[in-house]
Design a protein around this ligand. Sequence first.
Ligand code: GLV
Ligand code: MN
Ligand code: MN
Length: 419
Amino acid sequence: MAASLPSAAVLGARAFAALEGLNRFSDEPGKLTRLYLSPAHRQAAEWTKGAMEVAGLTAFIDAAGSVQGRREGPVPGGPSVMIGSHIDTVKDGGRFDGNLGVVAGILVAQALRDAGIVLPFALEVVAFGDEENVRFPTHLSTSGALAGDYDPAWLEARDAEGVRLSDALLAFGGDPSGIAALARKRGSVTAYLELHIEQGPVLEVENEPVGIVTAINAQRKARIHVAGEAGHAGTVPMALRKDALTASAEMALAVEAIASAYEQAVGTVGVFQVNPGATNVVPGSVAFTIDIRCPRNEPLAVMAAAIEARFGEIAQRRGVGLTITPYAKADAVPMDPALQDALSLGIARTGVNPAPRRLPSGAGHDAMAMAALCPSAMLFVRNEKGISHSPLEAMTEADAGIAIRALLETVLELARREG
Ligand code: GLV
Ligand code: MN
Ligand code: MN
């Protein structure tokens, strides 16, 4: 006789135990830092592949470094429902961002296998590797590879140490020449589901353990280079300086001011490198990044143009050189309405809320890339104090369990719809 499905409490406990296993792998001791194609990423990918196999999936690490696991449905090679998220992290990141979604997918596969449930479609679980886009100037490159939207120029991109992405991929055990073949055919994945920590405070404020994402905000990113003139800090008169740092600081403040002027928009300067970086040298050059986001595409375009114009004006007034290199431009992505409704039913079946909260996502996700391939939807889990991209990121085991049980119920709902 088939076993029953695990309760939310059991799934929550399993998820937290699995996260302990996965999060042992870090590039920095005492912190969780797992950048795309790093040694810790490789170890985490191997661990994930092993966990997928234990859950009854056939698994491999693909050419771009993602871990793909699959259990066939009635027709070998037939259409699948895919559950995914990522196992790369930001520097000194949180335990749940991405990792929880991968672990959730594996636990759903395991629970279905253990219960002897046969689905009318294949089930896939994918652990993407380049969602945070921290190491290289890419944008969702590993999920983009599956969605058939991989920019070959990314292979030439370099990290802060000057390592080329293609060389890092080869060192990882990947295959730059195999990336094009990762693109899935339209119709081969009928639904993409991603469970993720909210990374914001809405669900906590409204006392909801889980919520459904309506759309993912538009975003643009660019690398900026400001070229001033290095000189002696004791001898170059103030009026004659071309200080790259003070010019860049004024630009960073302009990003803050412009983003603050647009409703629901945000703007961040997250990287700021000063050269040569000595106490007694007027800064000769600065490299920094900008990341701007907004729920709608049009205001974001206007904001980007305003920032560019203000940067140009600052550079001219201060006599410094300015290079703006945009590297990511993603429009807002609505989530699939029918899949949102399936998630809603899945949540209702956990007994939590018959009409779950629906909310947009300010953070980017692999679902953004996957939505170009197939109907996609996301389930958010309540986040303590809304803190994310930080070691303080937290959630309760109980909430994680409810979310995973809701995901499991959603897969069963999709099976019912096919049956
Ligand atoms: C990823 O977390 C992003 O939104 O940048
Ligand atoms: Mn994430
Ligand atoms: Mn993140």
